[in-house]
Design a protein. Sequence first.
Length: 330
Amino acid sequence: MSTPEDVPALETVDVSCVFQVNQGFMRGRRPLRAVNGVSLRVPRGKVVGLVGESGCGKTTLAQILLGLLRPTAGDVRYDGVSASTFGRRDVARRIQPIFQDPYSSLNPTKTIRSIVSLPLRIHRVGEPSEWDDRVMQMLDMVGLPRRVAGSYPSQLSGGQRQRVAVARALIMRPEVVICDEPTSALDVSVQSQILNLLQDLKDELGLTYLLISHNLAVVEHMADRVAVMYLGRIVEEADTETLFSNPRHPYTRALLESVLTPDPRLGVPDSHLGTVFPNPIDPPSGCTFHPRCVDCMDVCKASAPTTTVEAGNRVECHLYGGDGKSRAAA
Ligand code: SF4
């Protein structure tokens, strides 16, 4: 069945995910809102970048999209159909992940043949007699020699291991791939090779990517649209050119001004954001970014901003829309 062009391959509609966090002896549990009312569209055949500091909710959102976590509220849709109507195999056929660290995501005791064919075996896709051929085709596709099929992950380089992870993700022929920091654990010299491979495979197979990265250069290079996440919310979303040439949200501006680090666990250094990321169990009042915002106004401490949409791009900040419009222009 063909799908209308304007139906995104992947979509979240007002998705939230709340964890109950133990506060310690006699202190009970408190809610941690890891994802808070996120609506995001990933159009078919496009790359949407998702950026933000560690702890902003990117990975939780990825786990929800992959069906590994259930949202507390809201809906995830694949091709416009609620994910709640799909079984595990259907989800796995539609959407697959590529994670940051290819070494820890590959079972060191299994051969490459076994690792790449695992999704086929788990989900009983095709005939077992075909599986080896499909593994070999995938190795060709990701630029690995067929002889590595009998090797173990420890016998391969970091770049080769990430190619194995790509082969494993694509052997189910998914429509959507969640690339979660796909090059962060690799040497700089290898990063561009993997990015080029992902770009080539996208074009060849008509894939759709959600690219999660702290590395804005990677996102600018690959993405068609970019969503910026802060403390569980999308605070700005725009086409890549607009977001990089005319960032509107003060948090986006601070991210772009910051010096990037090759290690995503270090967050975003050397910007006026400071190092203190708010405690998500006890988020600030009003706009949750207000303690770090250089443009903070009185209204920001009292009330959360609503979303303003202009030319298909959106921002969630009191500087825009309503009375704030004049402040933004001033
Ligand atoms: Fe800064 Fe206020 Fe905008 Fe929040 S709403 S980002 S505090 S200006």
